[in-house]
Design a binder for this molecule. Sequence first.
Ligand code: GLC
Length: 430
Amino acid sequence: MMKKLLVVTLSLALIMFFGVSNVQADYEVELTIAGGAVGEEYETTVKAAEMYMEENPDVYVEVIDTPDSADERMSLYLSFFEAQSPEVDVYQIDVIWPGELEDHLLDLNEYGAQDYVDEHFDHIIENNTNVDGELVVMPWFTDAGLLYYRQDLLDEYDLDVPETWSELEEYAGIIMDGEREENPDFEGFVWQGDAYEGLTCNFLEWIASNNGGSIISPEGEITILNDQAQEMLEKAAGWVGDISPAGATNMMEEDARAIWHDGNAAFMRNWPYAYSLSMETDAFDPEDFGVAPLPAGEEGEPAGALGGWNLGVSEYSEHPEEAADLALFMASEEVQKMRATDASLNPTIDHLYEDEEVLEANPFFEELYDVFVSAEPRPSTIAGDNYSAVSSIVYSEAHSVLTGEQDALTALEYMELEIQDLTGFELGQP
Ligand code: GLC
């Protein structure tokens, strides 16, 4: 008996010991996907990778997470691309990047993507297709800037969901003054004011919703120097240290969400991913918060920046066929549905906005459908290769106004000048 047990234990140990290296050897192909880790992105990508491996036992998929800041993620990718590194096979690519990264990514139409493109939103497919008709990246999830609000606090202070930036300012102030009597950490409005891509999104929302244009018009005129943009930039600078934390100028998505999540903010500007996590906080009940279109200027219409991520296959992958297959699986209806229900990541497949389970988890996908399909694009298509440099000019100058180093008019004049130097585009008005 004892002997038998020993043999069993020994063979188990042998399996466990050799198992690891045997497992690796058993795989014909190993793929690496580089993805985001904001909110629950990483967990759902790992889950999707496991789903893929179950269907493809010959393939091992490793998921590596990348920096939260889009700019830092871009720098990391460029270091891989410049080295023509085969290390990463599939990359998570921002909606603003196809123009800048197309030379490093394969045409997915050559790997069967055309069978699926019709299911996806046209505007994203168009965004992801280059002038030669190549599909540079496959849509994965879409994003639009939204206003999160605390319904319980609006009720308590007898206020409505704000529809203009002035209302937001006023209501945030009223709630904050009241709440601070008990809770010194309470903030009126949290958003993304650090000097990075997220600030370009917030800035675009302020100005576009106040008839201040979209920095560069789709026709290629630089329209940033105008009174409506100046008015909003001044307004936002006034929020810092008032209805928003003094540290707002160092905040990215997860920083804003942390304050909101702890029940310490009346309003938050964020992307849809924050919804499923807000359902799980202990600081307030699920029925105590809501999401709405962002406020607008007095004469304008709300504008949520178009965000979102796609999947591209590296030109330098040693397994292009398999990598493309993985990218198409990741972007498939099955995975998009899982990521939508688990993590409120908005599908790019239109009919999932009518799917019962998706809507049960995210009723706002239906209510705010128009916000998602008509979100305000950043000027990445027209700026092409120059987009990241344009955006860096925009967020650096805007940031200097938020921190009080520079006035809004001077910052907009610099933006115009620097963007013109860079692109050679004509000047215009929105
Ligand atoms: C979100 C958006 C992305 C944007 C980024 C900025 O991840 O989906 O498009 O560039 O936020 O922080």
